[in-house]
Design a protein. Structure first.
Length: 302
């Protein structure tokens, strides 16, 4: 999580929050009671809440919570169990020191733990994993706990969090592949998690698993399997994989040699902005002139 994580969910105060808390506010001194009573009789409670949440961020809510003791739990109530997204966004604000709040990682971690353990909120699991891996909000790093929470996020299985789960598996694979956070490199586990995310549709993992197959890294070397995964990745929108498919045709790796097919795949990659594909077309320009559309030369200007 970085400072540029975008917080898009505003505080979500329960619709009757001020109406339900006004009775306790009436226990204050007579003069203050009259002011509060006049304030809360002018608008329906739901409209008051809408007005507050439309113009206030978490920092404004923190200030409002100091107005009267009956509102002292305003932030906690706005990030209640019925509003997991609000709790998640509040945790991000506390981690990054944004939206009117000072950075308070330890408090953010408490929200992340509640979301992860009680609500099985996948983005929060990932956030908690990163906090463990870096030591943010904790006294020390705990790589075992970090890996555990990334693994749980990856296999959460909730269709609404499918993208977050796939990203978690990919992140875990990269950690094992590169030995990040002091974790020992394990190419077998890296390949396993790349395959897990690839089978669920993540183009980046398809390309990475294809490379594992091509190099025999963590799995048996197999040009045919590599080509199959590169094709799936390219068709899923991973532009660099078009170049890899072209290479397989040009070098007859797992498929009969075909400069024609290679040019077609290089052209696809070049059209998607891949510079390696552009260079490959320059090298095979004589064949490209024959098999590609008349306007193909435009991509060489990239």
């Amino acid at each position: 999580m970085s400072k540029c994580d975008k917080i898009s969910v505003l505080p979500n105060i329960p619709p009757l929050y001020f109406l339900e808390n006004v009775s306790s506010a009436y226990s204050c001194a007579v003069g203050e009671k009259d002011v509060l009573k006049n304030t809360f009789q002018r608008l329906p409670s739901e409209l008051e809440v809408l007005t507050v949440t439309s113009y206030m961020d978490w920092g404004d809510l923190a200030k409002l919570s100091t107005v009267h003791k009956s509102w002292s739990r305003l932030i906690e109530d706005s990030a209640s169990k019925c509003n997991p997204e609000g709790k998640w966004e509040l945790a991000l604000a506390l981690l990054n020191g944004t939206h009117g709040l000072l950075s308070h990682p330890a408090r953010a971690v408490r929200y992340l733990e509640t979301l992860s353990k009680e609500m099985r909120h996948v983005p929060a699991m990932v956030g908690l994993a990163r906090c463990h891996l870096t030591g943010c909000g904790f006294a020390t790093k705990n790589t075992d706990a970090g890996v555990k929470w990334l693994s749980e996020a990856a296999i959460a299985g909730d269709p609404s969090n499918c993208q977050a789960s796939m990203n978690s598996a990919h992140e875990l694979a990269c950690i094992y592949e590169r030995g990040q956070y002091g974790i020992e490199i394990d190419v077998n586990l890296a390949a396993k998690w790349f395959l897990y995310a690839a089978e669920r549709g993540l183009p980046e993992s398809m390309a990475e698993y294809a490379l594992c197959c091509e190099l025999g890294c963590g799995v048996a070397q197999d040009d045919g399997d590599a080509l199959g995964w590169y094709v799936r990745a390219a068709e899923a929108g991973h532009s660099d994989s078009n170049f890899s498919v072209g290479e397989h045709f040009e070098a007859a790796k797992g498929v009969p040699q075909s400069d024609t097919d290679a040019c077609m795949w290089y052209y696809r990659g070049a059209m998607a902005g891949d510079t390696d594909s552009v260079q490959a077309l320059r090298r095979l320009e004589d064949i490209a002139r024959i098999v590609l559309p008349p306007q193909w030369g435009r991509v060489l200007a990239v």
